[in-house]
Ligand binder design. Sequence first.
Ligand SMILES: [Zn+2]
Length: 403
Amino acid sequence: MSPSLSTAPTLSTAKELLARLVAFDTTSSKTNIPLIAFVETYLAEHGIESRRVPTPDGQKASLFATIGPGDGGGIALSGHTDVVPVASQAWDTDPFQLVERDGKLFGRGTCDMKGYLACCLAMVPGLKARGLKVPFHLAFSYDEEVGCTGVRPMIGEFGKTLPTPRMVFVGEPSNMTVVDAHKGPVRWRVELTGRAAHSSMPHYGVNAIAYAGRLIGEILAMEEELKAGPLNERFDPPWTTTQVTQIEGGTASNVVPVPCWFGWETRALPGIDPFTLQRRLEKFAAEQCLPQMRRLAPESEIKVRVMNHVSAYAADNNAGIVPLTLKLAGQNETFAVSYCTEAGLFQDGGAPAIICGPGDIAQAHTVRERVRPYRGAGEVPHLPRPPSRLGRGIDLPQRYGHV
Ligand SMILES: [Zn+2]
């Protein structure tokens, strides 16, 4: 650690907060309530009330807090509290203990995205002292890593029990570059039911795996067609992708398989309706598979279920959020990414959003996940002036991956 870092009070605050946040194991499958309670207490100590938006079972909650006047509008700083699992990753330190080494801060969630949450929280005393004319909001969600599901009930309260922010800064790791577009994923589960028979007598059965193969063939055909366009060269790859991601079927090696299911996803470019793919597969199933299956076994089924959908996102050009963020970040270029965030959901909920946050997405979800504090003249990995220079300087952008 450099001497300038060790003496910077705001850094120690952000770093201390990050250490506390990392210590809560908020893997998406677990409760985030202890972390939320910690943040509530911290905010209350600064005279700030916060509102939980809990799950029906009370095991998880989003948290919304307003600093400054409570009469609507304002700027929200948004991040998710959950992290991806550490299972099957060979960490050489405790992933839930912040470790500083070579000027970097290691721990699960440091990059994605408790580093940003810590920066936001570290700003609170300064914001509070500022006598804001326009409110700042903190909007912390859960279950982002399992399909951006946890933020939705909170957004659903905008304009009802919670104010609708005028703008939302989603601090996903972008190395402080300004990301103004991402693709929109849809995940489906396709379930087939055939009829069992002894495998020596396949003509008495309906082989669900074989019909799944036909459906997958149609998906492969769609994939090839999508590569031809429409194209948007801002994205890598520049086309809407689709692929099969999981498959399971059969019960024994000598039985014609009755069950088979497979997982299938698309990541659609902004402006592309991903459900045209679903309609096409359902039509193929209805015309090319089910009639043959049901000729022998009327109980045969093919069901296509949407498991998750996050809207594609393109920044609202009328909201002024892109030029503002570029100015604040001191940049002149925006980027588009293929991973998804909560930004599209905020925007669908009436709050124009932009993505800009510390950390390199290439470090997110990895073993030895880390974030590197900025080392410049006393600057720290937090948000020194709201919302200007949002934690500026962290690692340089390289590449993107994410969920
Ligand atoms: Zn994230």
